[in-house]
Design a protein around this ligand. Structure first.
Ligand SMILES: NC(=O)c1ccc[n+]([C@@H]2O[C@H](COP(=O)([O-])OP(=O)(O)OC[C@H]3O[C@@H](n4cnc5c(N)ncnc54)[C@H](OP(=O)(O)O)[C@@H]3O)[C@@H](O)[C@H]2O)c1
Length: 243
């Protein structure tokens, strides 16, 4: 277990997170540390795949984020890889109907959490002269985004900005920070979107389908691996040229 590469995944209980864990567990090279709001899905996954570490934390609550940092410290864990997947439940919300709290929730779960966690894990990565970080953004950061997603789109852009500024500061340290930006993926994240709208999106897409977890997970895996060692500061669009 000690020789394994430690990988921290926020939103590990997401459909993408579970797909990624399944894939990473195959090689037996990784010690996975998965954080989520409700660990039920991850506990079931452990029964199926074998043991990995889980931390239950609501990222909208600062003390919960600090608990993750404390857990890492107490257990002498220093992840050399980090995937940031967590995002609040998806919903369309017209700007005229939105309140600051809607933006604040996205900021807390998606942006503030990652700032806090990176401040905890980057120093060790820098010392080790090695680290791979992947932010999961969205194709909303290309061109004109869909309407009624101001709260979501602004924070994905903020994460993109953070990714670029971290690269600027850390590019000589052996730490790589990249992002992926998928278009609509067939996961439970889109469960609140009316079926009719999903049909329209599918029909208008050049490939006549939504993205799948299998389209996304290999890209994350690649950006975490040595095979992408000359790729730093990139935002990879996974949208089938449909966004
Ligand atoms: N599906 C899409 O169409 C799509 C497209 C582009 C980008 N993405 C991005 O992909 C990522 C994962 O999405 P997914 O499609 O796999 O969706 P998902 O299954 O709904 O995953 C959302 C994840 O965020 C976690 N989360 C939500 N609120 C939280 C909170 N307050 N504290 C801690 N964790 C919280 C959830 O934890 P619990 O399970 O514990 O609630 C879950 O792990 C997100 O960043 C999303 O923006 C998705």
């Amino acid at each position: 277990m000690n020789n394994k590469k430690q990988i921290l995944i926020t939103g590990a209980s997401s459909d993408i997170g579970i797909g990624l864990i399944r894939q990473l567990m195959i090689s037996k090279q990784y010690l996975i540390i998965g954080t989520c709001r409700n660990s039920e899905r991850l506990i079931k996954l452990k029964d199926e795949l074998g043991d990995f570490l889980t931390i239950e934390a609501d990222l909208s609550i600062e003390s919960d984020v600090n608990n993750i940092k404390e857990y890492l410290q107490k257990n002498n864990l220093s992840p050399s890889k980090f995937v940031h997947l967590a995002a609040p439940d998806f919903r369309y919300l017209r700007f005229k109907d939105s309140h600051w709290e809607d933006f604040q929730r996205e900021i807390n779960v998606q942006l503030k959490s990652v700032v806090f966690l990176l401040q905890a894990i980057l120093p060790k990565m820098k010392q080790e002269k090695s680290g791979e970080i992947v932010f999961v953004l969205s194709s909303v950061v290309r061109g004109i985004p869909p309407a009624a997603l101001g709260h979501y789109t602004s924070i994905k852009y903020a994460l993109l900005g953070l990714m670029h500024s971290l690269v600027s500061e850390y590019r000589k340290t052996g730490i790589r920070i990249n992002a992926i930006s998928p278009s609509m993926i067939d996961t439970r994240f889109i469960a609140t979107i009316p079926e009719k709208l999903i049909e329209v999106v599918t029909e208008n897409h050049p490939l006549k389908r939504l993205a799948t977890i299998e389209d996304v997970v290999p890209a994350i895996e690649f950006l975490l691996s040595e095979r992408s060692s000359y790729i730093n500061g990139e935002n990879l669009f996974i949208d089938g040229a449909g966004a």
